[in-house]
Design a protein around this ligand. Sequence first.
Ligand SMILES: N[C@@H](CCC(=O)N[C@@H](CS)C(=O)NCC(=O)O)C(=O)O
Length: 247
Amino acid sequence: MAETKELVLLNCWASPYGMRCRIALAEKRVEYEHKDENLMEKSPLLLQSNPVHKKIPVLVHGGKPVCESLVIVQYVDEAWPDRAPLLPADAYGRAQARFWADFVDKKIFECGTKLWMLKKEAQGEAKKEFTEGLKLLEGELGEKKYFGGDTFGFVDVALVPLMAWFRTKPVCESLIIVQYLDEVWPDRAPLLPADPYGRAKARYWADFIDKEVRATAFTTTPSCGCFRRATSSTACLRTSGCQFSLH
Ligand SMILES: N[C@@H](CCC(=O)N[C@@H](CS)C(=O)NCC(=O)O)C(=O)O
């Protein structure tokens, strides 16, 4: 096992490619350091570790970089072979898994990107290609639990981060998001009262804060940037000279 060497994942939290590596490392229960890269201002370590593509993710193991998400996932599988195998044991099964992971990259990831980048007819074409790709994947999955059979494996790791994007239904507006979270996880820390009248009152006052209080707060900008006086009766503790202090 390769666990003793320092392991660092150069990543960006939103990257589906980085997510593949995180899933693989989690499956293997390997500890590592996660370094979030600012892709607008890449770190010297990233540029040095991936001089060809200059992209995340990069897994740096004992000072040696491994680039490209699918290469990283295979590396993780080979470096920690004793737990949660991701690729099948037989050569033909491995070849098949690599074929479908490559298909996910070429047909699903690339086409998925085109879907939101292109417009009009070009987008329509991409949509068609994308749907065909999904149908082919569905055919390959068939009645199996996972692409590799009964256990979660390489093709699943390749595909899951993208599928997670599709399941995301956009919810906009902070108050709507808060209510949505309250309804999706109703069993913990309820935010809205149980009775409809209580809920209506809570919504009324939240709306009041949005329209009236926030508006007042933003019309006057104190030098310390404190808006607390406008939204509560607590004094500003940030600076003693704040004009919004209650003392
Ligand atoms: N084929 C690469 C794709 C990686 C990739 O596209 N990474 C993006 C973030 S999701 C990136 O680093 N973009 C920065 C850039 O293009 O400059 C992989 O599988 O790792």
